[in-house]
Design a binder for this molecule. Structure first.
Ligand code: BG6
Ligand code: MG
Length: 214
């Protein structure tokens, strides 16, 4: 099975939770915002924001705090959270890569597989540069390029098109349920990263990319 996964012509990777553990920085930044707004935001709450766009994340956060705000205020708060988050990620380096991520990218490169990013994050470029792996991607599709958030398949279809491939030639690596649903809707093979119970619908589920090196 692992050999077969590696033989697809295209590999499309989600970023947060697949290549790098940025969830902890998102959590710290959202928690700080919640505290400024006067309520507590827990790590369990943070699970609901994985794979979810920035704007939708803010809406969920406000729901948790029982707050209803005008659109202008929401924009200001999302900006405030992002400035704080960017401060955290500005100091990351290769040590934040998840186990096996870089070696797996190298292995695919050596096999001639085309590699793309398919992420909801608008900070993807900065993160890839900090991790020193930006040059390994043949296409980068992030939150700045798409208008519809996962589970819509737009991000993966665009990544596949940028690689010059067809959907059934690509496999998607994803840690969020919305991402697996997006990949399935795109007609692609899926590798879930995390717990099988969290990722129904994935073709296989593994704990991390290190498992595919064996
Ligand atoms: C996803 C994360 O990859 O990107 C979400 O899983 C995050 O938690 C989303 O909200 C958007 O990220 P950013 O960097 O544009 O705020
Ligand atoms: Mg993710």
């Amino acid at each position: 099975m692992k050999e077969r996964i590696r033989s697809y012509k295209g590999a499309i990777f989600d970023l947060d939770g697949v290549i790098v553990d940025t969830a902890k920085f998102h959590f710290l930044a959202w928690r700080e915002l919640a505290s400024q707004l006067g309520f507590v935001f827990t790590e369990e709450d943070n699970e609901r924001l994985k794979g979810v766009s920035r704007v939708r994340s803010l809406e969920i956060l406000l729901e948790i705090g029982g707050l209803q705000l005008a659109d202008e205020e929401k924009i200001e708060l999302a900006d405030r959270k992002n400035k704080n988050y960017v401060e955290y990620i500005s100091s990351i380096d290769e040590s934040e890569l998840l186990p096996g991520a870089k070696d797996y990218l190298l292995l695919l490169k050596a096999k001639g597989v085309s590699i793309a990013l398919g992420s909801a994050s608008k900070n993807a470029d900065l993160i890839l540069s900090k991790l020193n792996i930006r040059h390994m991607f043949d296409a980068i599709v992030d939150g700045n390029k798409v208008s519809k958030a996962k589970p819509d398949p737009e991000v993966f279809l665009l990544a596949c098109a940028e690689l010059g491939l067809k959907p059934d030639e690509c496999v998607v690596y994803e840690d969020a349920l919305a991402g697996i649903q997006a990949a399935v809707a795109a007609g692609m093979k899926t590798v879930g990263i995390g717990k099988p119970s969290h990722l129904p619908g994935a073709d296989i589920v593994i704990a991390g990319l290190h498992e595919l090196l064996l």
